[in-house]
Design a protein around this ligand. Structure first.
Ligand SMILES: O=P(O)(O)OC[C@H]1O[C@H](O[C@H]2O[C@H](CO)[C@@H](O)[C@H](O)[C@H]2O)[C@H](O)[C@@H](O)[C@@H]1O
Length: 262
């Protein structure tokens, strides 16, 4: 489907909001540790979460602990490592584990192999590994071959390509499954899901949201199953700020009309 039309009006009290992080809430940086989310956006996310009765979750390839530090003071439901870990609205953690010593063996092998590729690095995320080549793009094919070789040898893992990265994540884990799990629990259950993301890992999330007649929004260029589109991170930020402002105005109006009736 080609993303078209403008995003429909959002009624937060009836919406389950899911946000991707890198390339959506935060601009892409050379190194993952350089990324930040602007303060006004973090505040707006807190406001939106309150207006949505807590039905707002970050759904990211990053671990939940990193999401917490990136988005503080927001700290609510979240899915990390493409859904391999999930903190539900009660604060309980759900984690996928790899068997035996696979993670340790893989980390050692990957680090040894990638040392030969100048500018490339491994990001260890417990049950997943990101092989980054943003600073060594000419090694792309060799990094992809290395990742392919590893998933052939360790079939518990599958490939997750992304922006100047290829990741090895547990089979069966994706953002669609994470969103589906949230949607079965309060306060998400019964609401219309909305998911906004920019990368290949987000397509599983869009597919899930579409299946639930929700609002899927792709950020930036690229083939997608998402139904709506925003051009870039700044447009995402403007859309979030507008939504938060509309909410605030609605709250003031409601408060005043209650006051009038007194
Ligand atoms: O699901 P997301 O929240 O979009 O996370 C996807 C991956 O994002 C990070 O890598 C990407 O962003 C980096 C910072 O801008 C960039 O340097 C890198 O090239 C991108 O691939 C993060 O490091 C990964 O762990 C996430 O899975």
């Amino acid at each position: 489907m080609t993303p078209s039309d403008s995003i429909p009006p959002i009624v937060l009290a009836e919406t389950a909001c899911f946000f991707d992080v890198d390339g959506t809430l935060a601009g892409i940086e050379t190194r993952p540790e350089w990324v930040t989310i602007p303060g006004d956006i973090k505040q707006a996310l807190c406001d939106l979460s309150a207006a949505a009765g807590g039905a707002l979750a970050l759904v990211s390839g990053r671990p939940v602990a990193e999401l917490d530090s990136l988005s503080a003071p927001l700290r609510g439901p979240a899915a990390g490592v493409h859904g391999a870990e999930r903190r539900d609205a009660r604060g309980a953690f759900h984690r996928v584990a790899l068997s035996g010593t696979i993670a340790t063996a893989l980390a050692r092998e990957l680090k040894q192999a990638i040392a030969a590729f100048d500018g490339c690095h491994v990001e260890e995320k417990g049950v997943a590994f990101a092989l980054h080549y943003r600073q060594g793009e000419h090694y792309r094919d060799r990094i992809l071959a290395l990742a392919q070789d590893m998933v052939t040898r360790y079939p518990e893992l599958v490939l997750q390509p992304g922006k100047c990265v290829v990741e090895l994540k547990p089979a069966g884990v994706d953002k669609g499954a994470a969103i589906a799990a949230f949607m079965q629990e309060p306060p998400f259950v019964g609401r219309t899901p909305l998911f906004i993301g920019d990368d290949l890992t987000d397509e599983a999330g869009f597919k899930q949201v579409n299946a639930l007649q929700g609002i899927s929004i792709k950020v930036g260029p690229g083939t997608t199953v998402a139904r709506y589109h925003l051009d870039d991170v700044s447009q995402v930020h403007r859309w979030i700020l507008t939504l938060a402002k509309q909410q605030e105005n609605h709250f003031i109006k409601t408060k005043n009309s209650v006051g009038e009736g007194l």
